[in-house]
Design a protein around this ligand. Sequence first.
Ligand SMILES: C[S@@+](CC[C@H](N)C(=O)[O-])C[C@H]1O[C@@H](n2cnc3c(N)ncnc32)[C@H](O)[C@@H]1O
Length: 312
Amino acid sequence: MSNESTRVTQSGRYSPLRYPGGKGKVARFMCEVIRLNGLSDGLYVEPYAGGAAVAWELLITGVVRRVAINDVSRPVYAFWMSVLHRTEELCKAIDSIPLTVDEWDRQREIFLDHTGADEFKLGLAFFFLNRTNRSGILNAGVIGGRNQTGKWKIDARFNKGDLISRIKKIAALRSRVELTGMDAQEFFAEKAGNWNPNTLVYIDPPYYEKGRYLYYDAYAPEDHKSIAESVFRLTHVSWVVSYDDVRPIHDLYSDTSWLQYTLNYSARNASRGKEAMFFSDGLKVPSLPLPLLETARCINAKPLSGGNRVVV
Ligand SMILES: C[S@@+](CC[C@H](N)C(=O)[O-])C[C@H]1O[C@@H](n2cnc3c(N)ncnc32)[C@H](O)[C@@H]1O
C-alpha cells in the first residue's frame, strides 16, 4: 500500500501544507487547553510553525484572536509570506501550474537554489514539492515515480480548488497573524518579552530521533538542550512542548508535567512511534481526544513527592 493512501489527514483541515508529523490532530486538544485555562483572548504562538496546522485551525474557528507563527526555513517563510501578502498572485500561479514531472523538475531546481531564488518563486516551489512529493517530504521523490506508473500520481495530493480555498481562508485573517522567519532561539530572545500572561506557546521542534531524516533544519542533541533551557525561561506564559517520546527528551523535561500518546491508527500503521507532550507549571491539561490515544500521564511533576502519576 502506498504511503499516500495512509497520510490523508496529515495536513489537518485548514493548512494547505502537508507536514510529516503534522499536528492537525493536536488542534482539538489545544483548543481544550485554551478553553480550560482561559486563554481564548490571548495570543497563540508557534516558534516552529511548519504547516502551522494548529494555528490555522484555532484562528479560523475563532478559538484565539491572534497567532504568531515563526519558521527559520526560508522556503517555509517565503510560502507563508505569499499566502498572507501575495494571495491573488499565488492562487493564480497554483491554478495554472502544470502537474507534470517536467514541472516537478523545474520547481525542484528553483527549490534547491535556496539562497538565490526570488522569495515568491521559492515559496511556490516549496509548496509544489510539498504537495507532489511522497508523504510531503522534501527530499523524497515524486508521487507515482518519474514514469508515473504508481497507483497514485503526481496530482494525488494537489486538489487546486481546495488548496486555493484554504489559502484564501487564511489570508482573509492576515491582520491577526504575525509571521517571522527567525531561528527559534532568536525568536524567543526578541519576542517573548512582549508576550502577556494570556499567551500560549506551542513548541514543536524537529523530532529528536527522526528529525534529521524528515527536515532540512534538524537539531543536534545539544540544540534540544538549549531549547529546553529557553523554554524554562518562559515563566510568564503558558507553554506546551511536543516531541517524539524518547528518553533524552524526558530527561531534559524531567520536572514538568507530561503525557505520552500515540496516534490511534489501524494495525497497518501500528509501527508509528509514540509522542510526548510537556506542559508549563500549573497548566490544566485536558484528556487527549481521539484519534490521539493517551498512554500515560504525569501531571504536576514538580513536587518532591513525585507528582500525581497516572499510568493508563
Ligand atoms: C516538527 S516541524 C513543525 C510541524 C508543525 N507543528 C506543523 O503542524 O506542521 C518543525 C519545523 O521547525 C522548523 N525549524 C527547524 N529548526 C528551526 C529553528 N532552529 N528555528 C525555527 N524553526 C525551525 C522546520 O523548518 C520545520 O518546519
